[in-house]
Design a protein around this ligand. Structure first.
Ligand SMILES: [Cu+2]
Length: 506
């Protein structure tokens, strides 16, 4: 069948290949609700929902993430334990949802360290029958501490992750599992947490506070369990029915008018693109994945693709509600069931009549970023999606330079310390956010239909959305030797092959 014909036909009519079917056989998780069957059909988004009359509560006070306790008494050392384990969450009154949590929580505990610190975290995998890892997303850690798929931690076992946080590495990082073939499921079932590295001296006024907002995506069946993924989920990436902020639906925050608040926004969803704006409160971007910008940049709206982060300062200058809501963004969708994701209210800030104490202005200069320049290596990566209909089945592939991920194949050999220009060409029908492990990079420009646009500001990033039909050019330097992953951060696409390995040599 021709590709377009396949798309027009919709998913309900296609047969599933043995390979795709194998990918869908996510293990039943003992104690996790015991889903017996696997829905191979095209269940539309929202088909699985809470019973009538049941809804997730909205408007509760925004919860702060619980801090991971530091067991060390030595300054400059963070020593702690993280356990991935089955837990029960209560998203709606009277309904228990089996989840996976870090230390029983989803999102996991907030990890806070300061640049220059040493980190030693013991990880215990108590997920029944599944390997896991902890990947320290965006953080400058050695390859053998990065929680790559090559270093699985078997069910029931432990390992220690240890690394030093270099000076200048302050930024809004996060942590999540990265086991081969299991990342998508472990993340949508609840495993993700925030790792903030703070600078020794912060140019952002302390009066602005520091509020972390982690977005996750929840789908609940009528019995309160999280349904397994369908074909639609695997192809598009799993999008849930509820976007949660710190585990809550549309929570509320009350502030005096005149408040300036620092927010750190995290897209920890598997596959949801969040184009956001604050209704009634101007936003200023102050930082990206790898920390602060050189100078603040005003923004009307922002796009946060899966795994991206942004730091904002928001000014609440008039009394009344100010809402953080989603705008339309078409990231490309295959088949039926594109979720209605425009106009969702994610957070409500109630600005009171009481004026705030005057606060210092945002500095004009936040820090210096050394611009990467003069690459000695040029590389090109082409993203494609393949759908091949055979006589009896269909093969799906999410490919980089025509190849699906192979753990035993090194795709690129690089040299530590060398600056490389990466050109990422998206010839597919969906956007694919590229994440590179081990370093931060600088986006140079984007090209579409021969039109080139320069990056709006110099910034450190570890994840960049490559829109369909677009080419993104970025500069990157790996400084630590060892194998590193690069992949699409729609986690289902990573699982279905859109990942490669760069071996960085000393
Ligand atoms: Cu993708």
């Amino acid at each position: 069948m021709h590709r377009r014909g396949f798309l027009a036909a919709g998913l309900a009519t296609v047969l599933v290949s043995r390979r795709a079917a194998a990918q869908m056989k996510m293990d039943n998780m003992p104690g996790m609700g015991g889903h017996a069957g696997h829905d191979m059909g095209a269940a539309p988004q929202g088909a699985a929902a809470l019973p009538e009359g049941e809804a997730l509560p909205e408007g509760e006070a925004l919860r702060e993430l619980r801090l991971l306790a530091n067991e060390a008494n030595t300054p400059g050392l963070l020593k702690a334990k993280l356990t991935a384990e089955p837990a029960i969450a209560r998203y709606a009154e009277g309904i228990d949802t089996p989840i996976l949590g870090y230390n029983g929580m989803s999102p996991g505990p907030l990890i806070e360290a300061t640049e220059g610190d040493r980190v030693e975290i013991t990880f215990a995998n108590r997920i029944p029958d599944a390997a896991s890892t902890i990947h320290w997303h965006g953080m400058p850690v050695p390859a053998d501490q990065d929680g790559n798929p090559m270093d699985p931690v078997a069910a029931g076992s432990e390992r220690s992750y240890s690394f030093d946080l270099p000076e200048g590495s302050a930024g809004p990082y996060w942590y999540h599992p990265h086991p081969h073939g299991k990342t998508a499921e472990q993340v949508y079932r609840g495993l993700a947490g925030v790792f903030l590295v703070k600078p020794k001296a912060d140019p952002i006024p302390a009066e602005y506070g520091d509020t972390v907002l982690v977005f996750t995506d929840l789908r609940l069946a009528a019995d309160g369990t999280m349904p397994d993924s369908t074909m639609v989920d695997l192809m598009n990436g799993r999008v849930g029915d509820h976007v949660l902020v710190n585990g809550q639906k549309n929570p509320a925050l009350t502030v005096p008018f005149g408040t300036r608040r620092r927010f750190r926004l995290y897209n920890a969803t598997n596959a949801r693109f969040l184009r956001l704006s604050f209704d009634g409160a101007p936003m200023t971007i102050i930082g990206t994945d790898g920390g602060l910008l050189e100078a603040p940049v005003a923004a009307d709206d922002i796009l946060l693709s899966p795994a991206e982060r942004l730091e904002l300062v928001v000014s609440f200058d008039k009394p009344g509600p100010a809402t953080l809501y989603t705008l339309d963004y078409d990231r490309g969708w295959m088949g039926a069931g594109r979720p209605a994701d425009t106009g969702l209210t994610l957070l409500t800030v109630n600005v009171s009549e009481t004026p705030a104490e005057p606060v210092p202005p945002l500095p004009e200069k936040l820090r210096s970023i050394a611009q990467l320049d003069s690459p000695t290596v040029n590389r090109r990566f082409v993203f494609t999606e393949t759908m091949t209909m055979g006589a009896t089945d269909m093969e799906m592939g999410f490919l980089i330079n025509g190849a699906a991920f192979d753990m035993n194949r090194v795709d690129i050999v690089a040299k530590a310390g060398e600056i490389e220009l990466w050109e990422i060409v998206n010839k597919a029908d969906m956007d694919h956010p590229l994440h590179v492990h081990g370093t931060q990079f600088q986006v140079v420009e984007r090209e579409r239909d021969g039109q080139v646009s320069k990056a709006p500001y110099l910034a450190w990033k570890d994840t960049v959305n490559v829109a369909r039909g677009e080419t993104v050019r970025l500069l990157l330097r790996q400084e630590r030797p060892g194998p590193r992953m690069y992949h699409c951060h729609i986690l289902e696409h990573e699982q279905l092959g859109m990942m490669g390995i760069v071996d960085v040599q000393a």
